[in-house]
Ligand binder design. Structure first.
Ligand code: HEC
Ligand code: HEC
Ligand code: HEC
Ligand code: HEC
Ligand code: HEC
Ligand code: HEC
Length: 291
């Protein structure tokens, strides 16, 4: 108990939860949540048994620990659909004050096995960036919380030029069973599958036609996806600050510019220079990237 509370103290930036707040969280949990999530949080409550989507096992630290407080507060306050999960997880804003939601979260943190450690929490931005997609597909849930490997879905990355976006069939490999009923976002996926239509995802990282970028040599050289794409596993919507920016160029002119922005030529060249100095075969000749 002492160590779990110690972890909580460093976890929250605001006022740290006290023992009595955790206790109040436990009482609120027993009153409002246990019917579905079970007396000990294992997802086995009586009222939950009849639902088509199983109430989450809130003691599963592998799934819960990567999620920051503000994401849990959104799920509990606004309901599951606020993050793409099922609306069968109702929102509690009308019944619980923000302070009470924080107390419930403080209590949930003490249930986690393996135990909650603040260092594992992913840096999820408070405000969502990036384009809205045709289905609310969350990398935070798939790659962050459930830890599905990037290359399970983007298997082209180590084999070819394009990393590839997974087909509807790949999604259905899990979603014929996982959340197959009771989640409107997953129902949209089933709709594309039944109509045999591809999902019209909006592209985020895109180079001009005259540039050649192959994933395979980069991934095989041991570069992590995140070194170029940022912490995608922490993103509810994939976003990026890429491409040329007049503002960045102006800052550069007066000596304030940071490193080159991703997907500009300066960005490719800067890394290629550093890597070549370290013995890699990262080309600097024009024809390697322009054909
Ligand atoms: C009517 C049943 C019901 C009640 C009551 C309920 N939940 Fe849920 N909850 C669910 C279901 C169902 C899910 C799974 C949603 C999904 O997977 O799409 C869920 C999911 C969650 C999640 C997401 C877990 C994850 O893995 O991301 C959290 C957190 C949560 N509930 C907390 C609470 C708390 C706290 C309360 C009480 C204030 C509560 N729930 C009350 C049904 C319920
Ligand atoms: C390896 C298994 C797996 C694959 C492949 C997979 N999912 Fe999921 N998906 C999950 C799991 C597990 C959850 C969490 C379910 C829950 O808690 O209700 C989930 C949740 C979701 C949700 C609700 C939460 C969210 O992300 O907004 C949507 C929508 C979804 N998946 C869409 C997709 C789409 C679209 C694809 C294909 C691009 C896909 N999934 C591929 C396992 C998978
Ligand atoms: C050296 C930098 C770099 C690394 C490492 C890298 N990418 Fe990329 N990625 C890019 C660039 C640049 C683009 C845009 C390519 C284009 O438009 O031709 C891109 C595009 C993508 C796309 C969309 C287009 C496509 O290729 O299908 C996906 C998905 C993607 N990357 C996933 C990944 C994954 C997953 C990994 C790790 C296994 C990874 N990337 C590693 C630089 C990188
Ligand atoms: C369950 C399947 C799945 C997993 C796992 C997954 N992705 Fe994705 N990824 C997608 C889908 C679907 C899209 C297109 C929709 C979107 O942008 O969110 C996408 C989009 C992307 C893009 C943007 C492509 C573009 O439009 O330029 C990048 C970059 C990316 N993923 C990287 C990663 C990385 C890095 C990981 C691991 C940390 C990862 N993905 C894990 C399914 C997945
Ligand atoms: C984070 C570092 C990094 C970034 C950013 C990067 N590269 Fe590379 N690139 C490498 C390394 C390392 C290699 C050498 C791989 C090897 O040893 O085969 C390489 C190799 C290449 C090659 C040669 C592939 C081959 O078949 O030999 C091309 C072409 C290339 N990069 C294009 C690009 C382009 C275009 C961009 C920008 C859009 C880019 N790279 C950004 C690190 C990077
Ligand atoms: C490592 C990859 C790489 C190499 C090597 C490279 N370029 Fe580029 N180049 C790019 C990328 C990526 C862009 C697209 C940048 C953008 O959209 O801002 C680009 C854009 C350009 C453009 C369009 C104008 C602009 O600045 O956006 C010209 C012209 C150009 N390159 C010329 C060259 C010449 C000449 C060389 C050899 C001295 C060269 N490049 C070497 C990656 C490379």
């Amino acid at each position: 108990m002492a160590t779990a509370l110690g972890a909580l103290l460093t976890a929250s930036s605001g006022s740290p939860p006290t023992r009595s707040e955790v206790e109040r969280g436990r009482q609120l949990y027993a009153r409002h949540c246990a019917s579905c999530h079970g007396p000990e949080g294992r997802g086995d409550g009586d009222a939950g048994a009849a639902l088509p989507v199983r109430p989450a096992d809130l003691t599963d630290g592998r799934v819960m620990n990567p999620l920051p407080d503000h994401v849990l507060a959104r799920i509990i306050g606004e309901g599951g659909q606020a993050v793409g999960l099922s609306p069968l997880m109702p929102g509690w804003k009308a019944f619980l004050a923000d302070r009470q939601i924080a107390q419930v979260i403080a209590y949930l943190r003490t249930l986690a096995r393996p135990p909650f450690r603040p260092g594992e929490v992913l840096p999820v931005p408070g405000r969502r960036q990036g384009p809205e997609q045709p289905i609310f597909f969350s990398h935070l849930i798939h790659a962050g919380s459930f830890r599905i490997d990037c290359q399970y879905c983007h298997s082209g990355a180590r084999r070819g030029a394009a990393a590839g976006i997974p087909s509807v069939a790949t999604c259905m490999g899990c979603h014929k069973i996982v959340a197959a009923r009771g989640n409107p976002e997953v129902e949209k996926l089933h709709g594309y599958w039944q109509r045999k239509e591809p999902i019209p995802w909006v592209r985020v990282f895109r180079l001009p036609e005259f540039v050649h970028f192959p994933h395979k040599p980069h991934v095989r050289a041991g570069l992590r996806c995140q070194s170029c794409h940022g912490p995608v596993e922490a993103m509810e919507r994939v976003h990026a600050e890429t491409g040329p920016s007049v503002l960045h160029d102006l800052r550069g002119l007066v000596g304030l510019g940071g490193p080159p922005r991703p997907l500009t030529m300066g960005w490719c060249i800067e890394c290629h220079r550093e890597m070549s100095a370290a013995g890699a075969r990262a080309p600097l000749d024009c024809m390697a990237c322009h054909r």
